[in-house]
Design a protein around this ligand. Structure first.
Ligand code: ATP
Length: 467
C-alpha cells in the first residue's frame, strides 16, 4: 500500500537535509543525460524499516544508474570513462570537492567518500551501472520486461535487499519491488530470490544469518532448506577448490575466502555475535570454515568463556576481539587443521602463530605446572605468553590450568617489586645490565612472600648483591 507520493515524502521525512540535497543533485545530473538513478540495497530497507518521524542515519549508500545504453559494448581501458556510473560520480564530485573519488573501471563502479566531513560526516556512496552482463539466469517471469534495473536487482541476495527507490522523474519515489521485498519486510522474513542463490555465492549463508539476527527477522523456511541443501552438498569446499585452482598461479587471495572472512568479521564484531554463531551452528554453516567444524556443546561453552575472558581482561579493548573469537573457533579444530585454516582465511601473522603454537604451549604448561608450587614459578611460566595466547590456552585447558591462568591474570601479574631502577641507584648500585636480573630476583622474592616492603627489599638486595 505504498504510493509514489508517500515514498517521496518518506525520503523527505527520514533523510537528513544535506543527504537529501545530495541525492537531488545526483538525480538532476542523471536527468540531464536522460538516465534513471535508483537508491538500492540496505538503504531502502533501512528507510522502510525505520520508525515514523525518525531520521535514518545512512552512512553507506548504494546507487544504481540505468543509462539505457543497451547496445554499447564496454571494454578495455576506455571503460572507466564511458560508464554512466563513473561519469555521474565524476560530475557529482565537481560539486562536492571534499569527497574522494574512487573509480573501479573494471566493474563500472565508482565511490565517493567523505571522511569526518562537518556536514556529511563519514559518508560513502557507491555508484554502479545497472548490470545485466553477468546475469546468470533467465528472468523468472518472461512476461515482465527484463529491464536493466530489474536484472541488477535479481543478482542480489535477499528480497529485502532487492528493493529500489527511483530518484529521477517522472516517478520520483517509485518503489521497485519485483520480488516481494515489502511483504517480507512486513513479515520479517529473510528470503532469497531463487533456489540457486547459495550455490552461486555461499557467503550469502552468513549474510542471511547476520541480517536475521541483526534485524530480528526469521530466515524463511524454504530459504533455510536451500541453505541446508547447499551445506550438505559441500558447496563451500567445491568452490574453494575451484577458486584455489584459478587463483594459485598469481598467488592472489581467492575471492571466496576474502568474502567469507569479511562476513565472519561483520558477525564476530557485532554485539549479536553469539546468537549469530548459534544460528550458524543450527544450520551447520560453520562447516564453511572447515568441514569438521560443528557447534557442539563444548564449543558453545568455549564461546561463552572467551566472551567472559575478553570482558574481564580486556575491557579497554586493546585486542581485536573479533579475531580472538575467530581464533577460538579455529582452535576448536583438531590441531593438524588449525594453521592451514588460519592461513587460508588470511588471519594476522600473530593469530596464525598462536594457533600453530597452541598445542605445544599447552604441553609445556602442563609439564611445568606438574612441578611448580611457588607463585614465582607460575608467574614466570605464564609471563612467556601474550594475553590473547593465555586466553586461548585457558579456554582449551581443564579447570585446574584455567584457574592458574586466571590467578596469574588477576593477581600475579599485578604484583610489582617495592623498588625500581632509580631506587637501586640511590642505594649505590651501578646502573647496568645486572639491574634487570636484580629486579627480577626481587620480583620473584616478592611473589613468593619473602619480601613485602622497601625495607625487606633493600635487605634482600644487600644480602644477595653485596655492594
Ligand atoms: P549493511 O547495513 O550491513 O551495510 P547492506 O544491505 O548495505 O547492509 P552491504 O554488504 O553493504 O549490505 O551490501 C549492499 C547491497 O549489495 C545489499 O543490500 C545487497 O543488495 C547487495 N549484496 C551485497 N552482498 C551480496 C551478495 N553476496 N550477494 C548478492 N547481493 C549482495
Amino acid at each position: 500500500g505504498v504510493t509514489c507520493s508517500t515514498l517521496e515524502e518518506l525520503l523527505q521525512e527520514r533523510l537528513a537535509t544535506p543527504l537529501l540535497t545530495l541525492l537531488n543533485h545526483l538525480s538532476f545530473l542523471a536527468q540531464k543525460r536522460g538516465w534513471q538513478v535508483y537508491l538500492v540495497g540496505g538503504a531502502v530497507r533501512d528507510l522502510l524499516l525505520a520508525e515514523p518521524e525518525t531520521t535514518v542515519v545512512l552512512s553507506d549508500i548504494d546507487i544504481v544508474v540505468d543509462g539505457c545504453y543497451g547496445n554499447t559494448n564496454y571494454n578495455g581501458d576506455n571503460l572507466s570513462f564511458s560508464s554512466p556510473a563513473v561519469e555521474l560520480a565524476m560530475d557529482l564530485q565537481k560539486h562536492y570537492p571534499a569527497a574522494r573519488l574512487d573509480v573501479h573501471g573494471q566493474f563500472q563502479t565508482a565511490a565517493l567518500l567523505w571522511h569526518n566531513d562537518p556536514i556529511l560526516d563519514s559518508l560513502w556512496i557507491d555508484i554502479a551501472t545497472a548490470r545485466t552482463e553477468f546475469y546468470p539466469y533467465p528472468a523468472a517471469n518472461p512476461e515482465v520486461e527484463a529491464s536493466s534495473i530489474r536484472q541488477d536487482l535479481y543478482r542480489r541476495d535477499f528480497t529485502i535487499n532487492a528493493l529500489a527507490l527511483r530518484l529521477t522523474p517522472p516517478l520520483v519515489g517509485e518503489l521497485l519491488d519485483f520480488f516481494g521485498g515489502v511483504l517480507d519486510l512486513e513479515q520479517r522474513k529473510i528470503r532469497v530470490l531463487h533456489s540457486n542463490s547459495f550455490i552461486e555465492d555461499p557467503t550469502r549463508i552468513y549474510r542471511a544469518v547476520r541480517f536475521a539476527v541483526r534485524l530480528g527477522f526469521e530466515i524463511e523456511t524454504q530459504t533455510k532448506e536451500y541453505i541446508r541443501y547447499a551445506i550438505s552438498s559441500g558447496i563451500y569446499e567445491k568452490q574453494r577448490e575451484e577458486s584455489n585452482k584459478s587463483f594459485d598461479q598469481n598467488r592472489r587471495v581467492p575471492a571466496l575466502e576474502t568474502r567469507l572472512k569479511s562476513e565472519l568479521r561483520y558477525i564476530l564484531q557485532s554485539h549479536y555475535w553469539k546468537r549469530s554463531l548459534q544460528l550458524l551452528g543450527e544450520l551447520k554453516a560453520l562447516r564453511c570454515i572447515h568441514p569438521t567444524l560443528e557447534l557442539s556443546p563444548q564449543l558453545w561453552q568455549q564461546i561463552r568463556s572467551v566472551d567472559r575472558c575478553l570482558q574481564r581482561f580486556d575491557s579497554q579493548r586493546t585486542l581485536t576481539h573479533w579475531e580472538v573469537r575467530l581464533e577460538v573457533l579455529i582452535a576448536y579444530l583438531s590441531p593438524q587443521y588449525r594453521e592451514k585454516v588460519a592461513q587460508t582465511l588470511q588471519l594476522q601473522i600473530e593469530s596464525i602463530e598462536r594457533l600453530k603454537n597452541l598445542e605445544p604451549a599447552q604441553d609445556k604448561i602442563l609439564e611445568t605446572l606438574s612441578q611448580a608450587e611457588k607463585n614465582s614459578q607460575f608467574f614466570w611460566l605464564f609471563k612467556l605468553y601474550s594475553l590473547p595466547m593465555l586466553i586461548l590456552i585457558a579456554i582449551h585447558s581443564d579447570r585446574k590450568v584455567r584457574r592458574h591462568i586466571w590467578n596469574y591474570l588477576i593477581q600475579l601479574r599485578e604484583i610489582k617489586p617495592a623498588l625500581n631502577g632509580n631506587d637501586l641507584k640511590a642505594m649505590g648500585y651501578k646502573p647496568g645490565r645486572q639491574f634487570k636480573q636484580m629486579l627480577d630476583d626481587l620480583l620473584t622474592a616478592t611473589l613468593d612472600g619473602e619480601v613485602c616492603d622497601r625495607t625487606s627489599a633493600e635487605a634482600f638486595l644487600q644480602q644477595n648483591y653485596p655492594l
